[in-house]
Design a protein around this ligand. Sequence first.
Ligand SMILES: Cc1cc2nc3c(=O)[nH]c(=O)nc-3n(C[C@H](O)[C@H](O)[C@H](O)COP(=O)(O)OP(=O)(O)OC[C@H]3O[C@@H](n4cnc5c(N)ncnc54)[C@H](O)[C@@H]3O)c2cc1C
Length: 425
Amino acid sequence: MRLAVVGGGPKAAAIAALAECRSLEGYRTPEIVIFEPNEIGASWTGRYGFTDGEQRLCTLAERDLGFPYAFDPWHPRVSGALLNQFSWQAYLTDTWGYGDWLDRGRRPPRHQDYAKYLKWAVDRAVRTTIQIREQVVSLAYKGDWSVRTRASVHGGFDGVVITGSGPPLPPLLGADPAFVFNAFDVFMQERLLRPLLESIPFEDRKVVVIGSGGAGAASVDWLLRSGMPRSQILIVSTGATVFTRSHAYFENRLFSDFDGWNELPIRARRQALDRLTQGVVWAPVAERLAETDLVGYLHGAAKKFELLPTHELALIVDRDPGPALPGSAPPLGSVSVPATIFIDARGFWFGWFVQLLPQPERGVLQQLRSDPGWDMSLDSGFAIDHPMFPPNLHIPAFGGLVHPASTNLMALGEVAKMILDRYDV
Ligand SMILES: Cc1cc2nc3c(=O)[nH]c(=O)nc-3n(C[C@H](O)[C@H](O)[C@H](O)COP(=O)(O)OP(=O)(O)OC[C@H]3O[C@@H](n4cnc5c(N)ncnc54)[C@H](O)[C@@H]3O)c2cc1C
């Protein structure tokens, strides 16, 4: 059997690691083919957006490719093999970094170091995994899946895993690219940002960041920490404030205790996902933001950009609170927020992979996704379970209800297991 993975990030590495250990321990496993146009771990290196590479993981290093190393009655020897062969500690031991990591207090790795770990793991999975350094441009299903890249077509796959969070959402109306950057590539724009900020005296220098989730907070953190000119920073977001997430036992446990998660009703799962995975900032980043008095917060929905008569660009923010309580402040309407630069961190287009599919699959998927509860049609391997849709297109980015770690690093080993179990023949 063969499994294609679109994108060479942590999910691909976790799948490769698990497949390799199953094979090493004598179990059957599919061949894994990873398609990645840039390099393994690209989104973490600082060379392809998302980060400057210097930021640290928010989650612990030990939540690594095999975590939570749960007992698997069908493959009882595999957890031990994963820990020995592919854990963060195995990587550090192999690269002579274990003592230094421990001496420094077992801190989470910088993103660029995490990227090296991912590459090390995928390179190590020599028995089972093939790397193809090409961008996937389309997928097709005719009894089995084929993957088309710019250069060639690769056929005969039993399934395809879509990884990554997709590109940033399209810009708001009036977003002038000279002043509006997105949270994907802002980290690579220092050459443009620095002179823009330096051209304005500190009293008038202002950065507006749209969005109070992880991407927005990472942008603010970067502005404060990377030696950019000091600026007043205003976070604009639809949430009541910047919410924080910490390493709390009961919350963490939801990600490692799959049986417990499975017992929760859908309503409670959605509540947990909203509270723990969306529009929330990890405590270490939130604490760094609290260390400065340069960062403010404005509640409201960013609508569009407008050029003011002063030739300044301004963000129009809808502050209409909706139905008011008796005696509360009158509706605020829209406000215009001028700034030197804007960083749009509203989020990413998770549905990007739809464009890879041909008709009629694309139409079926679009139809399915018009139902707000469509994610309930994903099966235990994060694949769409619908008679009109081909089998085994795994899209963990939409699989939060199935497993809360499918969109993050909290339990990569379990997410990989849920996908690979489909091919346990
Ligand atoms: C910089 C960063 C920091 C984060 N920090 C944390 C954290 O500390 N803790 C946490 O729990 N979560 C964190 N997240 C969120 C989350 O873990 C990730 O978004 C997600 O789980 C990453 O894993 P992935 O393998 O799906 O995708 P990615 O690592 O995003 O990899 C996707 C890959 O797909 C490639 N690609 C894109 N298009 C194509 C195509 N058409 N063909 C082939 N390949 C393609 C890209 O080049 C990329 O390498 C972070 C995310 C990022 C990007």
